[in-house]
Structures are given as C-alpha cells and as structure tokens.
Design a protein around this ligand. Structure first.
Ligand SMILES: *Cc1c(COP(=O)(O)O)cnc(C)c1O
Length: 426
C-alpha cells in the first residue's frame, strides 16, 4: 500500500537520513517489504538490491533460517544486561568468532555498531600501552583514503580530506597519515609502495599505539583495492617498531572479498580485529572487537579493567541471529558464489573502461566498481537505475555494487546491464 502523503511529508520535514541535509533532502523511496534480493516499494515497484543494504545482507532478505532464530530468541528473551549476566547466544557467538578468525585472536568484545567496535579497538590499544608501561604511545597511524566510522575516535582515523576532518577540526585527535596505498592487487609488488608508511612508523614509533586500516579493500573512503603484500610488510614494520596492528574488517568480513576475512589474502594476523555489518546477515546492528591474548593481558594488567560497556552489549537477539547467519554462511557454497559474482563483474563491467566518462573499473570478490571522471548526481542516477529495476546507491564518482551472495546470475546481469546503460548515457 502506498505510503500516505502526510507520512512522506513528515519524513522529509523531520527525519534525518544518512549524510543528508534536512532543509534540502535528497529523494527517498518508501520500501514496504524485502524478500530474497528484491525490495518492494510502496507503489508496488520491485527492484533488485545490488547494495546488500550497505554490505550487510549477505543471505538475502526475509531468510527463513534467520527469521526462525530471531523468533525463537524473542520467545526466550530479547535482551538482558551483560554486566554480571551471560547467556548462550553470546557464548556461542564468541566461540564462532574465535573459531573462524586467525588463531591468535581469542578475546571477543561485543558492541552495538561498527563505529563503536572501532572505538573499542582504539581504547584497547591505548589501555594496552598503559598496562605494559609505555603510556606515551597514544597516537594512531593509518593510511589516507580510509573509513572507520562516524564517532570521534573513528573519524580521527578516516581520510582527512574525504572524511569529516574539516567540520570537526580542533575536536579530533591529531593522528598520523601515510599516503593511501596505490599499488593494486594486480600490480607487481615493490617495497617502494610502503616507503612513506615505513618512514612514519620509524620516526614516530615512540608515540604510536597502533596502526589501523582496512585490509585490501578501502570501502566507503573510495572503494579501492590494494596489494596484500602491503599488509605483510606492515605487519613486519609494526613488530619491529613495537606497534599494535588493528584491522577494520567491518565491510570486508564474512566472505565479501572471496576470503572469509580479507587479511587471509595476505596471511597476516592483526592484534585486534573489528567486524560488523554482515555479522547478523543484515537483521540488526551488532559488531565485535576481537583481540589477541597478548593485547587482552596487557589491557588487564595490574588489576586494570577494560573501560567500555554499552547498554546493549551482547544483545541476545542480535547474537542469536548472528549465530544463525554464520552457520548459514559456513554451510553455504559462499566461496563459489562470491567467485562467480566476481567473474561476472569482471566480464560485464570491464567494457565500460573504454568510455570517455569512465576513469576506472575494478572488481574484487562480490564488489564491482565503476569510477567515473566526474561526480555522479545521486538523485538522477538513482532514478534511472530504479527505472531499470535496480537499487544501487552511487556516491561521489563511484557507481558500485556489492550484492547479496545468493543473487542469481540473471539478476546479476540485470544489475550490471543497468549500470552499463546508465553509465553509457552519461
Ligand atoms: C561501515 C563501516 C564502519 C562503521 O560501522 P557502523 O556500523 O556504520 O558504525 C567502520 N569501518 C568500516 C570499514 C565500515 O565499512
């Protein structure tokens, strides 16, 4: 049923949407239901969701297995505080996360969103150095082009130009930025690619608590892919200079890049790992920060406690759905699904490279990106895509897709056909 005009007006006048103006908002499309890979708008139109609701919905919408897990957990308990109490859904999720991540990652802090899991990782690093008697190590080193969330600590390590630094100058801690890695996975490796980073870590290691970055794929900061050797070298440099390494896999975790976690492309292990987004298959918000034993022991030395504890920590409902989603993922042929999405993107998007308006085309795992030379007009491009029966959300110069892994070939073709037609018309 079509949404009442009064309700649409209220939305426009009173509700903020992500990164938009309240006085001059972009159009929004009312969704009445979602099933599989399809969104149904209130006017009856259906579109194929090529965004997986911002990386999250890896199994498709309205999945019977996830629905059942949620319903069962609601009947048992939706929430209890995690202070002084515990429950099976959290314990099971902890076991799964410890089991599926690299061996040294053993200690799980469950948080309510990705940004918060980044804050928790940064705080763990700071407390670690206090615990081991090097309290001057208080800054973070990262690379440009990153995105780690919208809270203050997270913002401070986002790209200083493309991110939100100008708006909050003076409020943000001053971190250290190396140039963004500009050696792609297909390039042949040269140590020059990491020389600026190496210089920074060498010069400032007495001040640096940790390096934080998104392994292999820089997501919201520009959808760029870089060479896994960068991470290998970075691990060596962190070890040599006594600096912790934090990987933010909130976007890349749970199979998106073709590996369960993107660090597997480089076979390196971070000291602290952040995961989120796809952890509940897109059902509700949940994230986790997973640390090694070394980090946990440092944080908790001298009777220190770790100073964080959100109200909805380890929400049982979210944990139960996360458990169901991880089971579903691990029992599914996700590697071959992601692989076939990647090969489809490679063949279907590659011809767009020849167009004058296109700067670059790239794909990795279930991520396909067309980078234009000029910024796209979001509202116009979005409307054109919807006319093609496809939901994508362009940003800046980027038109990109990261579909649910269960998307059928025919639907994938529709997504890339729509991308081609829209780009061809520009
Ligand atoms: C989305 C994202 C975050 C922030 O997660 P929220 O759940 O939106 O707070 C942090 N880091 C990366 C890499 C992300 O993609």
């Amino acid at each position: 049923m079509q949404l009442d005009q009064a309700l649409r007006d209220f939305d426009r006048d009173h509700l903020w949407h992500p990164y938009t103006s309240l006085t001059n908002p972009l159009p929004v499309y009312p969704v009445s239901s979602a099933d599989g890979v399809m969104l149904t708008f209130d006017d009856g139109r259906q579109v194929i969701d090529g965004m997986a609701s911002w990386w999250c919905v890896i199994h498709g919408y309205n999945h019977p297995h996830l629905n059942q897990a949620a319903k069962q957990q609601i009947d048992a308990m939706s929430h209890v505080m995690f202070g002084g109490l515990t429950h099976q859904p959290a314990i099971e999720l902890g076991q799964k996360l410890v089991g599926m991540t690299a061996e040294p990652l053993e200690h799980v802090f469950l948080t309510d969103s990705g940004s918060i899991s980044v804050e928790v990782a940064l705080k763990m690093a700071l407390q670690y150095w206090q615990g081991v008697g090097k309290p001057d190590k208080q800054r973070f080193l990262t690379v440009r082009g990153g995105y780690h969330g919208d809270t203050f600590g997270a913002m401070s390590v986002c790209d200083p130009v493309g991110g939100m630094h100008q708006l909050f100058q003076g409020m943000l801690p001053q971190q250290l930025f190396a140039p963004r890695p500009d050696i792609t996975p297909g390039d042949s490796w040269s140590d020059d690619a990491i020389s600026d980073f190496a210089e920074l870590i060498d010069r400032y290691s007495d001040e640096i608590a940790a390096v934080i970055l998104e392994p292999v794929v820089q997501g919201a900061g520009g959808m760029r892919f870089y060479h896994p050797n960068y991470l290998r070298k970075m691990r060596e440099l962190c070890d040599r200079h006594d600096v912790l390494l934090i990987f933010d896999e909130i976007a890349t975790g749970f199979g998106r890049t073709g590996k369960l976690f993107a660090y597997e492309h480089a076979e390196v292990t971070p000291d602290i790992l952040c995961v989120g987004k796809a952890i509940t298959g897109g059902y509700m918000t949940l994230a986790a920060t997973i640390a090694t034993d070394k980090v946990a022991k440092g944080v908790c030395s001298d009777d220190m406690v770790f100073m964080h504890g959100p109200t909805f920590m380890a929400n049982p409902l979210a944990c139960a759905v996360a458990n169901a989603s991880i089971e579903l993922l691990l029992e599914s042929p996700w590697q071959s699904r992601v692989q076939s999405i990647e090969s489809h993107f490679n063949t279907a998007l590659e011809p767009l490279r020849a167009l004058d308006a296109v700067a670059d085309v790239r794909s990795l795992g279930a991520i396909g990106v067309v980078e234009m030379k000029e910024s796209l007009t979001v509202s116009a491009v979005q409307e054109a895509l919807i006319d093609e029966g496809v939901w994508l959300r362009p940003f800046g110069k980027l038109l990109y897709a990261m579909p649910p892994y269960v998307m059928e070939q025919e639907q994938l073709h529709k997504v890339t056909d729509a991308m081609s037609r829209v780009v061809n018309r520009l």
